[in-house]
Design a protein around this ligand. Structure first.
Ligand SMILES: Nc1nc2c(ncn2[C@@H]2O[C@H](COP(=O)(O)OP(=O)(O)OP(=O)(O)O)[C@@H](O)[C@H]2O)c(=O)[nH]1
Length: 412
């Protein structure tokens, strides 16, 4: 399942999780698992392509192919822009995201089959990585809710099937029901924001296994019982429990569509199962996410087209108005014959004065009277040039489709 298949595109696994949840250790574990497969069968399994997007991490226990720290110096960014740690991470990510084209170029070159030149016969099929692994900063909000995070994720998802691995510190999240609920709400808000398939990875199962968490997710009664236990222990009133209960009711539907896996990054338990779930999510990506992505891309293109049209017609209108005001273009005064006598010259001066008094903006209705086919052709050419100029104005951020649609569809 984790071996390279020439038919399949590599799948990008983005590790997201709260600080200390074990993202980096998990990355190290799954990376070493893929390396082990590679060593066992060098001709069929390639090692993963690894990216580190955490600018603040001091050292990572795995070798990254692309490391944000190679292009952005987080400490220097903090100093130069007079920022705190979160601002420093955000600005570093922003700076890095300006190179997203280069990053995607490298990824596509390294992870997608390259067309071979006709005269060059391929000696043997290219062995491409089956997975692209990404580690992200522990400050989830900085990555998930920032423009740079969205740019990086949407660029990645437009080239590769992409899944999110949301890493949870199992012993900590099971300390009480409110920590658990906060973690779940966080996960769901990320799902809602990114609209990417997500796997909940309950990490550190060597300390506490994930069965209680899974029960809380699947069985409303057991979560309510845990809520009551917490209330009794902490001496809370019934209000909080009612609130949590209704939250759980609402979230039950979401839970059914999240894949859950228990892992110990320390011992390696559950890693095989994780990769099985990743493959299932690949199918979900192809079935639900890709069509949604295409639809969003089309909508965004349509929107851009409309804006472009509007801009062009506004510019054309402005051009008409300004040429009328200046007396240029079709409003240019016709050249007149030179006066032959003094009385003729005086008459012409009088006409000029009358015209000057009446000058100013001409009502649009007057335009028709002036006619002029040459001007129309000039306008059309100009319009085309404006349209071209605007259409090469770069890709917008892309219209954000209805997340609810995607989630509703994935629930069917
Ligand atoms: N027992 C146990 N400890 C783990 C496991 N995974 C990670 N840890 C420990 O949890 C702590 C945090 O792990 P990291 O991998 O640094 O967590 P992180 O999410 O990358 O942390 P940030 O870099 O701060 O975002 C370390 O002390 C790890 O040794 C696990 O599966 N079992």
């Amino acid at each position: 399942m984790a071996s390279s298949d020439p038919q399949k595109l590599p799948i990008a696994v983005v590790c997201i999780g709260m600080a200390g949840s074990g993202k980096t250790t998990f990355m190290q574990r799954i990376n070493s698992h893929l390396h082990t497969l590679h060593h066992a069968s060098p001709s069929t399994a390639a090692p993963a392509y690894v990216l580190n997007l955490d600018p603040a991490v001091r050292s990572v226990p795995f070798e990254s192919n692309i490391d944000i720290r190679d292009s952005v110096n987080y400490k220097e960014v903090m100093k130069q822009y007079n920022l705190g740690p979160n601002g420093g991470i955000l600005t570093s990510l922003n700076l890095f995201s300006t190179k997203v084209d280069q990053v995607m170029g490298i990824l596509e070159k390294r992870c997608l089959p390259q067309p071979t030149a006709q005269q060059q016969q391929p000696v043997e099929p290219q062995l491409l990585p089956s997975h692209i692994l990404l580690d992200t900063p522990g400050q989830i909000e900085v990555f998930v809710w920032s423009a740079s995070g969205s740019i990086l994720l949407s660029s990645l998802a437009s080239s590769f099937p992409t899944v999110l691995a949301y890493i949870i510190d199992t012993p900590r999240t099971l300390e009480n029901t409110s920590t658990f609920m906060s973690n779940m709400l966080y996960a769901i808000s990320i799902l809602y924001k990114t609209k990417l398939p997500m796997i909940l990875v309950f990490n550190k199962t060597d300390v506490k296994d994930e069965s209680e968490a899974v029960e809380w997710m699947r069985d409303f009664e057991s979560f309510q019982a845990a809520l009551r236990r917490d209330e009794e222990r902490e001496g809370e009133g019934g209000g909080g429990g009612g609130y949590m209960g209704s939250l759980l009711n609402m979230l039950e539907e979401f839970y059914n569509h999240l894949s859950v896996v228990g892992v110990s990054s320390m011992t390696g338990a559950g890693v095989e199962e994780f990769f099985t779930v990743v493959e299932a999510k690949r199918e979900e990506f192809e079935k639900d996410y890709r069509p949604e992505l295409e639809k969003r891309r089309k909508d965004a293109e349509q929107q851009r087209e409309q804006v472009r049209e509007k801009e062009v017609s506004r510019m054309m209108k402005d051009m008409n108005v300004s040429s009328k005001a200046k007396g240029t273009g079709k409003y240019a005064k016709p050249r007149r014959e030179e006066p032959e006598t003094v009385s003729e010259a005086e008459e012409m001066d009088d006409d000029d004065e009358e015209e000057d008094e009446a000058s100013g903006l001409v009502e649009p209705d007057d335009e028709e009277e002036n006619g002029g086919g040459g001007r129309e052709m000039f306008d059309d050419g100009l319009k085309m040039r404006y349209q071209q100029a605007l259409s090469t104005g770069g890709e917008g951020s892309g219209g954000v489709g209805k997340a609810a649609d995607y989630i509703m569809r994935s629930q069917r």
